[in-house]
Design a binder for this molecule. Structure first.
Ligand SMILES: Nc1ncnc2c1ncn2[C@@H]1O[C@H](COP(=O)(O)OP(=O)(O)OP(=O)(O)O)[C@@H](O)[C@H]1O
Ligand SMILES: [Mg+2]
Length: 253
C-alpha cells in the first residue's frame, strides 16, 4: 500500500450477525477494509471466512448489522442492484470457476462481451494482455480441462480482473498449489495491488503467503473478528488464540 495516500475505508462490516438454522456463524463481527490495502482473513475451517466474503457481493445478506461499501449500505439490495457492486468487487472462487465448454481465451472474453461495448479487435487485445500478465499467453486456445490446477487459478484470476475491479476477493487462492504456482499467484496479487491500486482481500490457510503479500491480517473466531492488525503487530501479539493459530496449534471452535 502506498503509505502517503489518504486512508479511506472502502468496506465496513458493522455488527454482522448471520446464522443458518441453529448454526450461528457471526454474532456481532466488525471489520474495516482500507482502500488500496491487501488484507488477509484467517481462521479455522468452517468458521465463516467464505461467508464473510459472500456478504461483500450480496451472495449472502446479514440477519442483523450492516455492510457498507464505499459509503453505501449494501446489506439488503435487490438482486439487480448488486450488479454494479459486482463490477467493482470481483471474486476469485476456489478452482477458478471457469466455463468448461469455452477455451481459455473465450473464458476471458466472456465478461467483456457481457459488460462492455468493446469491438472484437479490442476484446482480443485485452484478452492477450491479461493472459500475458498471468504468464499463460500460449494457452489461449486450450480448453480448461487441458490446464493444470495452478494454471486454471491463474486464468480465473485473469478473468476476475479483466473488467478492472476496484476490489478483488480471493478465496484460498493458493490452497493446493505447488510452490511455483503459489509464488506466481502471490506475485500477481502484489502486482495488481501496486500497479493498479486494487484492494485485495484474501482468505487463506497459507500463513507463509499471508505474511508475504499482506499489509494487515484479521482473524475470525467464534462469531467475531478477534484481531485486525498489521502483520508486524500480529507477529508480536500476546493473544493466545491468534498466536496458536499462526503457529499451527489446533483450535477448539
Ligand atoms: N448457504 C449456506 N447454508 C447453510 N450453511 C452455510 C451456508 N454457507 C455457509 N454455511 C455454514 O457456515 C459456516 C461457515 O462456512 P464458511 O464456508 O464461511 O467457512 P470457512 O471459514 O470458509 O471454512 P473453510 O476454511 O473450510 O473454507 C459453516 O458451518 C457452513 O456449513
Ligand atoms: Mg471457505
Amino acid at each position: 500500500m502506498n503509505k502517503d495516500q489518504k486512508v479511506e475505508n472502502i468496506i465496513e462490516v458493522k455488527n454482522l450477525h448471520k446464522k443458518f438454522g441453529d448454526n450461528i456463524v457471526y454474532d456481532g463481527a466488525n471489520l474495516t477494509i482500507k482502500k488500496g490495502e491487501v488484507i488477509t482473513i484467517i481462521g479455522g475451517s468452517g468458521i465463516g471466512k467464505s461467508v464473510m466474503l459472500k456478504h461483500f457481493i450480496g451472495l449472502l445478506q446479514p440477519d442483523e448489522g450492516e455492510i457498507i461499501f464505499d459509503g453505501h449500505n449494501i446489506s439488503h439490495l435487490k438482486e439487480e442492484e448488486y450488479i454494479p457492486v459486482r463490477k467493482r468487487i470481483a471474486m476469485l472462487f476456489q478452482g477458478g470457476a471457469l466455463f468448461d465448454s469455452l477455451t481459455v481465451g473465450e473464458n476471458l472474453a466472456y465478461p467483456l462481451r457481457e459488460h462492455t461495448t468493446l469491438t472484437e479487435e479490442e476484446i482480443q487485445k485485452r484478452v492477450s494482455e491479461e493472459l500475458a500478465l498471468v504468464g499463460l499467453s500460449e494457452k489461449q486456445n486450450l480448453m480448461p480441462s487441458d490446464l493444470s490446477g495452478g494454471m486454471k487459478k491463474r486464468v480465473g484470476l485473469a478473468r476476475a480482473t479483466i473488467l478492472e475491479p476496484e476490489i478483488i476477493l480471493f478465496d484460498e487462492p493458493t490452497t493446493g498449489l505447488d510452490p511455483y504456482n503459489t509464488r506466481k499467484i502471490n506475485e500477481i496479487i502484489m502486482d495488481l495491488n501496486k500497479r493498479k491500486n486494487i484492494t485485495c482481500i484474501i482468505v487463506t490457510h497459507d500463513m507463509e503467503s499471508a505474511f508475504e503479500v499482506t499489509d494487515r491480517i484479521a482473524m475470525v473466531y467464534r462469531g467475531k473478528i478477534i484481531i485486525e492488525e498489521t502483520k508486524e503487530n500480529i507477529k508480536k501479539t500476546d493473544n493466545e488464540i491468534v498466536k496458536g493459530f499462526i503457529t499451527g496449534e489446533p483450535l477448539d471452535s
